[in-house]
Design a protein around this ligand. Structure first.
Ligand SMILES: *[C@@H]1O[C@H](CO)[C@@H](O)[C@H](O)[C@H]1NC(C)=O
Ligand SMILES: *[C@@H]1O[C@H](CO)[C@@H](O)[C@H](O)[C@H]1NC(C)=O
Ligand SMILES: *[C@@H]1O[C@H](CO)[C@@H](O)[C@H](O)[C@H]1NC(C)=O
Ligand SMILES: *[C@@H]1O[C@H](CO)[C@@H](O)[C@H](O)[C@H]1NC(C)=O
Ligand SMILES: *[C@@H]1O[C@H](CO)[C@@H](O)[C@H](O)[C@H]1NC(C)=O
Length: 390
């Protein structure tokens, strides 16, 4: 072990001094905070990332080079423009503290391209709930001039959004964006539930909170050997997913999941699978990346960390057009809610059935259901005594 001599210390000091100047020069001094759609974005946060991205000081750099760099960037010059793009936000979000600040909150992530027809129902759902137990985030696009602003619990909860549409990777991008903003916004966000405008709650907030906060695992449907798995895997070209995702590793599952904080961080930090799933499809008919990316990723990275089922009830029986059954207003009555609750989620058969009897016995409650026609809101509001009674 070498002990530092006065000479080496002096040399180190000489080396570090100009480096310190470089960092000072490239770091903006002002720190401002702004609130965009209920999500607080701090300029200093961007500065921090920027600093992290600076090249690591190399001890063998010679001083001449450093001095030359200082000359190129004189003191007081403005910092390079910082792109507020997805990449930066995702990267920041992947570095948030993995430890939860208690009490944990549920993050409700609404992914929509329309107004929210069930906003009045959600308003009542959250009515008695302390703000310390939940957060809402809305990814809204496209927004037109005659789109009425969100009100009630949704007021000012929209995150900066980009166009998203079916049969493209943009629905997955939007979900990743929602996760990133929720992670950055509140260190208390513990579980992240993705919802659509046609989803409704079928239990009280209290019941939902108890169920989700009691789980250390995500709830995400992960199905293997589904019909047309090959078609979906090859939708971007026969070999396009290789070598990162083989057909054997490719999974299918509902777009609607609840992810743990750990898995939310895994998703926003993923740089390996995302470029594969983010490729445009050649075969549009088989292009549902949002039903493939999340289950494939979670299964590959942390197979033990999830219950392989969705807690959002949906009826696909007899459907061949890619759209599930839509419940209309005349069908809404207490019996429908009860039967939606009674359903048993379909568990992925990905080697988890085995001989473990706890697996065959398991039954988690559905917490949400879809799809409901917008005019169902009226009869739904008349049976909230049923829906919100645990
Ligand atoms: C950061 O601060 C600059 C200058 O005050 C401002 O123009 C910019 O909009 C801010 N960005 C964010 C994300 O708050
Ligand atoms: C939810 O649970 C909390 C704490 O257990 C309780 O104080 C509150 O009254 C419950 N809310 C409803 C609507 O049941
Ligand atoms: C919490 O989870 C444990 C085991 O995972 C289960 O036995 C218990 O019933 C759950 N409690 C609630 C309120 O869901
Ligand atoms: C509502 O759905 C039921 C069952 O699918 C159907 O029989 C009925 O005609 C529908 N009513 C309306 C108004 O669309
Ligand atoms: C797994 O268990 C469920 C429930 O018992 C059953 O329906 C399903 O067929 C099983 N899957 C396999 C692959 O054994």
């Amino acid at each position: 072990m070498l002990s530092p001599t006065p000479l080496s210390l002096f040399c180190a000091l000489l080396l570090c001094l100009p480096l310190a100047i470089v960092f000072t020069v490239t770091t903006p001094t002002s720190t401002t905070t702004s609130t965009t759609g209920g999500v607080t974005v701090t300029n200093s946060t961007y500065r921090d990332t920027h600093a992290i991205q600076e090249p690591k000081p190399q001890t063998n750099l010679n001083n001449q080079k450093i001095i030359a760099k200082i000359k190129i960037k004189p003191l007081g010059s403005p910092p390079p423009p910082l792109k507020e793009d997805d990449e930066q936000i995702l990267q920041l979000a992947s570095r948030v503290d993995p430890n939860l600040r208690l009490p944990g909150k549920l993050a409700y992530l609404f992914l929509t391209t329309t107004p929210l027809p069930f906003a009045p129902l959600w308003d009542l759902y959250f009515n008695q709930t302390p703000k310390t137990l939940f957060n809402i985030y809305v990814h809204e696009y496209p927004k037109t001039t005659n789109t009425p602003p969100f009100t009630g619990v949704f007021a000012d909860r929209a995150i900066p959004s980009k166009p998203s549409k079916r049969n493209t990777p943009t629905l997955s991008s939007a979900a990743r964006r929602l996760l990133a903003h929720a992670l950055l916004d509140d260190p208390s966000n513990a579980m992240f539930a993705l919802l659509s405008p046609s989803c409704i709650p079928i239990h009280s907030f209290n019941f939902t909170y108890r169920t989700l906060m009691n789980s250390t695992k995500s709830f995400i449907e992960i199905l293997k050997n589904e019909k047309n798995a090959h078609g979906r895997w090859a939708a971007r070209g026969e070999e396009a997913m290789l070598p990162e995702v083989t057909l054997e590793e490719f999974r299918i599952g509902s777009q609607f999941w609840v992810l743990t904080r750990k898995h939310a961080r895994i998703v926003v930090g993923d740089k390996r699978l995302w470029p594969k799933f983010n490729q445009p499809c050649l075969d549009i008919r088989n292009c549902y990346p949002e039903e493939n990316y999340f289950p494939t990723l979670i299964r590959m990275v942390d197979p033990q960390g999830s219950v392989p089922a969705t807690l959002t009830n949906v009826d696909w029986r007899g459907r061949r057009d890619g759209h599930p059954r839509v419940y209309n207003a005349s069908e809404v009555e207490p019996g429908l809610i009860m039967s939606l609750r009674k359903g048993r989620p379909r568990y992925g058969d990905d080697g988890t059935n085995g001989s473990d009897s706890s697996v065959t016995r398991r039954s988690h409650p559905f917490l949400f259901a879809r799809k409901f026609s917008p005019d169902s809101v009226v009869p739904l509001l008349s049976i909230t005594n049923v829906i919100f009674k645990d």
